[in-house]
Design a binder for this molecule. Structure first.
Ligand code: SF4
Length: 339
């Protein structure tokens, strides 16, 4: 098992996060929501990996389950495994989970107000987290908090420490969250729609900052988003999810230049740069099917312009291409499906 260093991420070639054939379901009244259906993904040390999909694709469930943040009795794991730094996260006890969260893996949420306590000053919240994970005195923790905020290009960190969350702008709150996330030098940072609540300019600044600090420290990032533009600008690799399964994965530049799955093509066609002047932005027709009554065959077929009889009969597998590089789950890529 890789060892953890409090200051410098341990050099390791093993993935920091490995999810293998994971399926989970949420029992509901007279039905079962099949939220994840055989998901496999990994994040290597220092990599920035995007997971993209519409609401109901399973991307946020994957993020939350990685740190066991879903209500414990609300779901059942029906297959597969989930490992972080060699730890079996599905079997870990609460004490072990508390050590992993924040120290080895940090999480940034869409709206920092939900993660920050609105009634406590930023300084108190930051020093509490730093003291919880590191053996530092109050003064040392405060100095570290100031250094972290300065490192996030915050000009007046002392004033921010004295502020309550509601006194800061959305962009500044997210910078504080990023500082907090990096405070214990995690090896993996999970960012779930971290900039959705921000305007476009601030969104880009915050993501550039996140990437800059991750690259400096060698921290891996799992970026959960519905925005293909963010993936194209910030991620090394991408997993495209639909109805709780990965339908395409690969190097971001390759996926952007040559998407293999019609769903990925649909997501890309919504990007402004894909549209000629005067043309309307494309959207994917229809809706994500009900996860408690998934259709037979390919779950995308009711929305797919290329659907054929075979798509109704059997679900396509996530298969690798002849070059051994790209993976997609679509009968159109018949050679991959046959291999
Ligand atoms: Fe479309 Fe068929 Fe491919 Fe599914 S398997 S994405 S329905 S062509």
């Amino acid at each position: 098992m890789p060892t953890h260093s409090a200051s410098i991420p341990a050099p390791s070639l093993a993935p920091v996060l490995t999810i293998d054939d994971l399926s989970i379901e949420f029992p509901a009244y007279r039905s079962t929501v099949k939220a994840l259906n055989g998901v496999s993904l990994h994040v290597n040390p220092g990599e920035i990996v995007g997971v993209i999909g519409e609401s109901g694709s399973g991307k946020s469930v994957t993020a939350m389950l990685s740190l066991r943040l879903l209500p414990e009795r609300s779901y059942r794991v029906t297959a597969g495994s989930l490992n972080i730094l060699g730890r079996d996260m599905l079997a870990a006890q609460e004490k072990e989970l508390l050590k992993v969260r924040g120290r080895d893996v940090a999480m940034i949420f869409q709206e920092p107000m939900t993660a920050l306590n609105p009634t406590r000053r930023i300084g108190r919240q930051m020093t509490d987290v730093i003291i919880h994970h590191q053996r530092l005195s109050k003064d040392q923790a405060r100095s570290k908090a100031i250094a972290l905020l300065r490192d996030m290009h915050i000009a007046d960190p002392e004033q921010v420490l004295e502020s309550f969350p509601f006194e800061l702008s959305g962009g500044m709150r997210q910078r504080v969250m990023i500082a907090l996330a990096f405070s214990c030098d995690p090896q993996l940072l999970i960012a779930d729609e971290p900039t959705t609540a921000l305007d476009v300019t601030v969104q880009r600044q915050v993501l550039l900052l996140l990437r800059e600090k991750a690259r400096e420290r060698g921290t891996a990032i799992l970026l959960i988003t519905h925005d293909m533009a963010l993936v194209s600008q910030f991620c090394d690799r991408v997993y495209v999810m639909y109805t709780g399964a990965v339908v395409e994965q690969g190097d971001t530049a390759q996926v952007m230049a040559d998407p293999r799955h019609p769903y990925t093509k649909g997501l890309l066609s919504g990007l402004p740069e894909q549209v000629r002047p005067g043309e309307a932005l494309m959207t994917i027709p229809g809706q994500v099917p009900n996860l408690s009554a998934l259709p037979d065959g390919c779950t995308f077929r009711d929305r797919c312009a290329f659907a054929m009889p075979k798509c109704l009969e059997r679900p396509p597998l996530l298969a690798i291409d002849a070059a051994g590089v790209r993976k997609s789950a679509c009968w159109l890529n018949a050679a991959e499906q046959a291999s």
